[in-house]
Design a protein around this ligand. Structure first.
Ligand SMILES: [Fe+2]
Length: 318
């Protein structure tokens, strides 16, 4: 195994390793877990996972697969296909859908599931992603280091905000009303916001408008949100991260909406401009894993056929 850091504390490529051959109880697995804590994002080239099952088997190096993402409850024709009842999402995008549905899913900064109580309950903080087929154009993924977001803040702000709490929710991002406002038409919005539409009535309405999807079950929207420390301390490294993202961080708990918006905008702007960033250019058969407690990410637009395997992994080390 060869470790090639992109930055001393953020992103490392791990070379000369076949993850399928690593037993989770060995020293190499232990080292990989430590490297993930240290570098936050690990990149493995040439991994050759033929099936979602092979991909899933790798997850045991880093944790367990108890978390079943709720995304599996919906189908998006031509854009995202998930396998129901499997912890692995098979994400596909077909070239003919681009002109009709140009939306980039996950195209704003976010931490996977930061709005979801299951993320906390299951310690489900790792995302593992594998490129089965890369698009002909674009499709890069950007990462931002939230520990550097914290450390670049002036000490006076770090002190003033040290006990602040931040609420994350998905309501502003995914509610039908917001979707329609931001995307224009109801039929367009319905393709992309199905998994987080919050009432049965709305689902029925959408089914009447558009017959291209089949709803398997409903997802309950967590309107009240989840409260996190603004400066989230990582349990392994004790490093503090500025735990906000423009998709789900919605309200600083003890402040009025107006005051909260003022500080949140300032913090998000500071995070965007001064944190360590990295743009991952995908290659075929590349597997990456990151820690959503200390990393935000976003997807960039792409063109062409694409297939990815995706899985959320629960950290078993407290
Ligand atoms: Fe994501």
């Amino acid at each position: 195994m060869e470790i090639d850091p992109i930055n001393p504390s953020f992103i490392a490529k791990i070379k000369n390793i076949d993850l399928k051959k690593i037993n989770s109880h060995t020293e190499n697995a232990d080292l990989l877990r430590k490297l993930l804590s240290k570098y936050k994002v690990l990149i493995f080239e040439n991994q050759n996972c033929s099936t979602p099952e092979e991909f899933e088997s790798i997850s045991s190096i880093f944790g367990n697969s108890d978390y079943r993402s709720k995304v599996t409850t919906g189908y998006f024709k031509g854009v995202v296909c998930s396998t129901p009842l499997s912890p692995v999402h098979v994400l596909t995008r077909h070239s003919e859908t681009y002109s009709e549905y140009p939306f980039v899913f996950g195209g704003d900064w976010h931490s996977d599931g930061s709005y979801d109580i299951e993320t906390i309950n299951k310690n489900a903080y790792y995302t593992m992603l594998y490129s089965k087929q890369i698009p002909s154009e674009g499709g890069n993924t950007e990462f931002i280091d939230l520990v550097s977001s914290y450390s670049q803040l002036p000490t006076s702000l770090q002190d003033m905000m040290k006990d602040w709490e931040i609420i994350h929710n998905s309501y502003g991002r995914y509610s039908l009303k917001e979707a329609i406002q931001s995307l224009g038409t109801k039929s367009f919005a319905s393709h992309f916001f199905l998994p987080v539409i919050h009432t049965e009535q709305e689902i029925k309405e959408l089914c009447k408008i558009n017959k291209t999807f089949k709803m398997l079950s409903l997802i309950e929207l967590q309107k009240e949100g989840i409260s996190y420390p603004l400066f989230l301390k990582h349990p392994h490294t004790q490093e503090k991260a500025l735990f906000i993202n423009s998709s789900f961080a919605s309200q600083i708990s003890h402040l009025s909406k107006e005051e909260s918006d003022k500080w949140l905008n300032l913090l998000l702007t500071s995070q965007e401009h001064y944190s360590l960033k990295y743009t991952l250019k995908w290659e075929p058969n590349m597997l990456i894993i990151w820690d959503n407690r200390v990393v935000n990410h976003k997807a960039l637009p792409s063109k062409g056929e694409r297939m990815m395997f995706r899985m959320i992994i629960c950290d078993t080390i407290k």
